[in-house]
Write a protein that binds this ligand. Structure first.
Ligand code: 2GN
Length: 451
């Protein structure tokens, strides 16, 4: 990150005299003290805990300084609101670097479209993209400030939980190109109806410049929310698929705006639409048709991000096995809990150990009890070692038989028993949440369940 401590203090309008410390280039910014290294700047955020409690650890791990909302003995940048300062810094950094932002929102397709677009663009440009589920008001500025020097195109994913989220994110990063992949959403927690979801997504235009390129589905739901000052491309009308052929492990089609056919080693008709959008935007940004076709032929998509899956026997699975920290676990639990039950269906939360939480690990797991309610969940499954005490606590709150514990430690791994339990007890209309550290291997549940 090409910013110095003094420069950062000036951008965020520090309330203290930064000149009492030596200036230095800041290596990178982290809000998780586990990730702090030599020369980094720490950002204390309020999540499950107040990040200010971790400043000492961050300095011990090598931080040159920290943001802070209160005066400290250690080198710090004093601000009224650390998150606001972080967002202001990201916006200023985007302006300074002049990187072109392409923002992708929509329901299920957004991650795939983002990955496809970044993949195609990287034939021609230095590209950086959102990692994992870093698609909110913390994740976006984080992604911006972590892009490598020399980045030319930044492909950002934006998620929405509430109306207004996309509006704020769009104003923050000012996308030159906006993509709404689709509107339909099976699992809406904080939205009244699909029209409100459409409204939320179309707020992507709010931060775009006049004449920006906005690619949206040709869906009547959005007709009330068409902005005036952008160039709008309707998918299904202005650009479309010709001769889509679905094979066992590949898709082939011709895009309405291309000469030759495209083939990609991915299945599912919806992925053809995602590829169509990615190819179109890449073409508009100057990638040759030849480069588009070659790169799509070599596409590999990474799974395991926050995503909904549906098993063949009708279970909906919200899998979030990417960042395992107490805040992320609490957030996903609260979002999952707010989703209504399907007709006659049950809601099951499977929580696994969060790794590297240090001496206080067991306590950090146990604190999740305040986000587990029998009113919104029908079953809690705990899997691991440090999470055992949470299972104990939950069994005092939930009716008998609603809480399960499966061990995974140095000597045993009850994954097979847990998998058998899931397959035996879950079926159509049931919803399952998966959350835990990557190394807990929850991804195996998805791999071993027919989709
Ligand atoms: O949900 S998020 O992961 N998110 C990030 C960006 O994009 C999308 C989603 C998220 C994570 C959000 Cl939105 C906000 C925050 Cl504040 C966080 C977050 O990182 N929270 C974290 C903690 C909490 N609560 S990170 C973290 C790491 N910390 C434990 C608590 C915690 C590590 C740690 C462990 C032990 C010690 C110190 C730190 C220790 N010190 N033990 N003994 N002494």
């Amino acid at each position: 990150m090409d910013l110095s401590l003094y420069e950062i203090a000036r951008i965020v309008d520090a309330k203290n005299d930064i000149r009492t410390y030596a200036d230095s280039t800041v290596n990178k910014i982290e809000f998780d003290s586990r990730l702090i290294g030599e020369g980094d700047l720490f950002l204390p955020l309020r999540g499950s805990r107040d990040g200010h409690d971790f400043i000492e650890t961050a300095i011990k791990n090598g931080a040159v300084a920290t943001f802070s909302e209160k005066p400290l003995e250690v080198p710090h940048i004093l601000v009224a609101d650390c998150l606001e300062a972080f967002q202001k810094l990201a916006a200023a950094y985007l302006e300074k670097t002049g990187v072109a932002v392409i923002a992708v929102t929509g329901s299920n397709g957004k991650t795939t479209t983002k990955d496809m677009l970044a993949h195609i663009l990287s034939t021609t440009y230095q590209v950086y993209k959102t990692q994992g589920n870093y698609n909110n008001d913390i994740g976006l500025p984080y992604t911006v400030l972590h892009m490598p020097e020399g980045t030319e195109k930044l492909v950002l994913e934006m998620g929405q939980d509430h109306l207004g989220d996309i509006h704020r994110l769009s104003l923050l990063v000012r996308p030159a190109v906006g993509i709404v992949t689709m509107i339909g959403e099976a699992h809406l927690a904080f939205f009244k109806n699909t029209s409100e979801i459409a409204k939320g997504k179309m707020q992507l235009a709010d931060g775009m410049p006049d004449g920006g390129l906005l690619v949206v589905p040709d869906d009547p739901l959005i007709s009330d929310y068409i902005p005036e000052n952008q160039e709008i491309i309707f998918v299904g009308k202005d650009i479309y698929l010709i001769d889509l052929h679905e094979a066992k492990d590949s898709l082939t089609f011709t895009a309405s705006f291309m000469e030759d056919a495209v083939s990609l080693p991915v299945t599912g008709a919806y992925n053809a639409t995602n590829a169509l959008i990615a190819a179109y935007v890449a073409k508009r940004l100057g990638v040759t048709e030849e480069a588009i076709i070659t790169s799509l032929a070599n596409l590999t998509l990474t799974a395991n991000r926050t995503q909904w899956y549906r098993t063949n026997n009708g279970v909906d699975i919200l899998s979030d096995v990417y960042n395992a920290n107490p805040t992320a676990m609490r957030l996903v639990l609260e979002t999952f809990s707010a989703i209504p039950r399907e007709k006659g269906g049950r809601k099951v939360a499977l929580l696994a150990d969060m790794k590297e939480l240090g001496e206080t690990s067991v306590a950090r797991h146990s604190q999740m009890i305040t986000s587990l309610s029998p009113d919104t969940l029908d079953e809690v499954i705990c899997y691991g070692e440090d999470i055992a005490e949470l299972a104990q606590l939950a069994s005092q709150v939930f009716p008998v038989g609603y809480v399960y514990f499966f061990a995974k430690n140095e000597t045993v791994d009850q994954m097979p028993e847990m998998l058998a339990h899931l397959k035996e007890t879950l079926g159509a209309n049931d919803q399952l949440l998966l959350k835990g550290s990557h190394s807990m291997g929850l991804a195996r549940i998805l791999e071993q369940w027919d989709m």
